[in-house]
Design a protein around this ligand. Sequence first.
Ligand code: G6P
Length: 605
Amino acid sequence: MCGIIGIIGTSEVTERLVDGLKRLEYRGYDSSGIAVLKGGVLNRARAEGKIKALEARLAEKHVDGSIGIAHTRWATHGVPNKTNAHPHISGRAAVVHNGIIENFIELREALSKTRKFETETDTEVIAHLVDDALNAGLSPIDAFSQSLKKLRGAYALSLIIDGQDDTMFIARSGSPLAIGLGEGETYAGSDAMALAQLSNRLIYLEEGDWAVLTKDSYHIFDENDVPAERPISIISGGPAMAEKGNYRHFMLKEIYEQPETIGRTLSNYIDEFRVKADLPDALSFSHIDRIIIVACGTASYAAMVAKYWFEQYAGLAVDIDIASEFRYRKPVLMKNSLFIAVSQSGETADTLAALRYCKQAGIKTAALVNVMTSTMAREADIALPINAGPEIGVASTKAFTSQLTALAALTLAAGRARKTLNADMETELAQALIQTPRLVSEALKLDPKIEAMSDDLSKHSSAFYLGRGPHVPIAFEGALKLKEISYIHAEGYAAGELKHGPIALIEDGTPVIVIAPMDELFEKTISNLQEVASRGAHILLITDKEGAAFAEAFAHELLILPTSHAFTAPIIMSIAMQLLAYHAAVHLGTDVDQPRNLAKSVTVE
Ligand code: G6P
């Protein structure tokens, strides 16, 4: 969601704040703004649209200072325009906020008796509360901490006060926030990415924490206002990881990184010498009767593929749910279950709430995440990394294939522990996983062919993606990718289910992408392909060599991906889904890395 950065030091901060905002733009890009203090005087610059609009505004009229806060917005309350852009100022207080203040209407009504509101946002109440408290004679620290007590909802916020250019106030409840430590400077940021150029020594605030920062000190308090110590994390990776290199888009760079990123995931979970799954000791499947996997968006499709794997290879019952439904459904939880949250960011609000729900119910929890400093990684009993490196493109690609890879390795460990896989079978499947990076490299060589195919796809307003078995979620993911970045309407469907309704939508020329590598369901999928072909659909068959030999005649266009073991085929098929959507979007000229209305990390429910 929204991104926050703050700097308090001695030299000017505007340029570095704007640079930090660019790194955070993946969290939201409806509008942006900064507020700075120079000689104790508050100045602000804001603009609707992307960060470059803010830069243009600053070029016209520069504001600077030795302390400042900045924000890039993903609108929740109030349309994206300059007035609703953060920072919000009331009297002496300027604030940036990520999250939702749930009781803002009530607070706004009370404050409106004496104060004038300028925006439609929930955030503005925070500035009014603090300013009101300052006017009542409270010290800045008391005005801030007492205002926090009145807020309900989720927030990460950073606040500065006119006349007070040696202090910044920050707080976290529900949305992540970190302090960065510098030499004679202190920073605040939504995540390590925001502070990548500034510091690799971060302190993550815990739920309910708030802090007072000066240029060379920080004081953290917990939710009961008791001084608290939080560990310093040293962040590796550095700023270079967030650069596009020679690629036109981050998404393309991330698609091409997959042989390496899948390899990195594998090295964590597969012992390539013994050709066996190699999992953290804390994760044991021997006493588990059921797995609950909860996620949102692309991560939920990785979870759905894993359900097929755990059931087939480990004989383990799996419940899959999207987090926004799970958390409010009062799910019945069985003892001896293992809960797994799957999340690239480790911060998605609904997934985090589902994890907390299960933890509170005494269920063992694991978090499969890309960001190991994230809230989920810190709160779950077991944190499982995917090691895909920073993913900047809003549409997830390399995180998806790494999630699949890690879940596949967990399946092997579960199969071994539950004795559904003997040693030979485990070796065969581990071998298939070890070959995945090479097969993904081969699949990437089909890029020019996929680009040519996407040209025709981009001319349609609607498309279907069909698959069976573990390729049903891959069809969902293919359709999601196309929707997200090209804005073409697409539906993923179980091939056998289409005739129960959606087949009515098939007309002459409707593109239908059929994902069907040769496996035990192949013939059934090809029958479904013929059902739509005979009703005029334009068929794009994505298969392997053996499948092509059998079904070439039934397709208008054919894409032959490298032959893999049936176990790992969903990972290979994903590459075609990603490239097809990417090129269709490029043909249409959309903003691939920052598609409209979307945000990378959804920290509101
Ligand atoms: C957003 C992103 C998706 C992502 C989903 C879940 O909707 O745009 O790409 O799949 O959130 O995010 P997570 O970080 O939990 O995997």
